[in-house]
Design a protein around this ligand. Structure first.
Ligand code: HEC
Length: 212
């Protein structure tokens, strides 16, 4: 029963706690009495009950969202693992789009360049960085002969690009620092040496190229 001079705040408190007013406490007093410590049988505060009900509802939604979607992980709630995979796949696509837009090649997309300018630039790079081991005319010295049809690591532009980029453990340095575009040029130049006649050709190493 609302009293006349009760403030709005008091009324709110009452609503939120539903506690029995202090004057009527004797009506909810339990039989327990431990050295004067008594217990009241007040109802649970409604705000607390509401919180509890909300957590129960959220737990049902949570279970449905995260645990019952194994038939289609792409559709609703995703595990962190799945989210990470999706993010990585997205980033990979962006990297590929960037490479495409800026004409940056990698070992999967590289193609042989045949235009004169690129081959000349490739030759320049070759004379500067590679001739010490492979000789200016490609005949081979420390490194294998690059003019013959024999290849240790394959004759495809992708193979040659990969070897120049990463090097090998048997004396071929890696040339990542040249950048993909320059590696594409020097790899194209190396392939253009096929069939040329070096002054002192080193004996063939590896397998004959099985590409026409
Ligand atoms: C320090 C010496 C050295 C330098 C400099 C060098 N190479 Fe090599 N290269 C080698 C050696 C040694 C091998 C053989 C590696 C092996 O058998 O694993 C090799 C292998 C290769 C191959 C693979 C040949 C095959 O038969 O599969 C290619 C292509 C190649 N080099 C290109 C280049 C290019 C292009 C450059 C310059 C950017 C270069 N190399 C610079 C030493 C060198």
């Amino acid at each position: 029963m609302a009293k006349k001079n009760e403030s709005a705040f008091d009324r709110l408190l009452k609503k939120l706690t539903k506690a029995t007013p202090i004057e009527q406490e004797s009506s909810v007093k339990l039989d327990h009495n431990f050295d004067g410590i008594e217990e009241l049988n007040n109802p649970l505060p409604p705000w607390w009950t509401a919180g509890f009900v909300i957590t129960v509802i959220i737990s049902v939604i949570y279970i449905a969202f995260y645990f019952m979607n194994y038939y289609d992980p792409a559709k609703i709630g995703k595990w962190q693992e799945q989210e990470l995979q999706n993010e990585l796949a997205k980033a990979q696509k962006q990297v590929e789009a960037y490479k495409k837009a800026h004409n940056i090649v990698d070992e999967n997309t590289v193609t042989v360049l045949t235009d004169k300018k690129s081959l000349e630039e490739g030759k320049e790079i070759y004379l500067k960085n590679c001739a010490s081991c492979h000789v200016a005319d490609g005949g081979g010295l420390v490194g294998p002969n690059l003019t013959d049809n024999a290849w240790i690591y394959g004759c495809d532009i992708k193979d040659v690009f990969k070897i120049i980029t990463n090097g090998t453990s048997k004396g071929m340095p890696q040339w990542k620092a040249l950048g993909a575009t320059n590696i594409q040029k020097v790899a194209s130049y190396v392939l253009s040496l096929q069939g040329s006649k070096p002054a002192k050709p080193k004996a063939p190493e590896g397998q004959p190229c099985n590409k026409s």
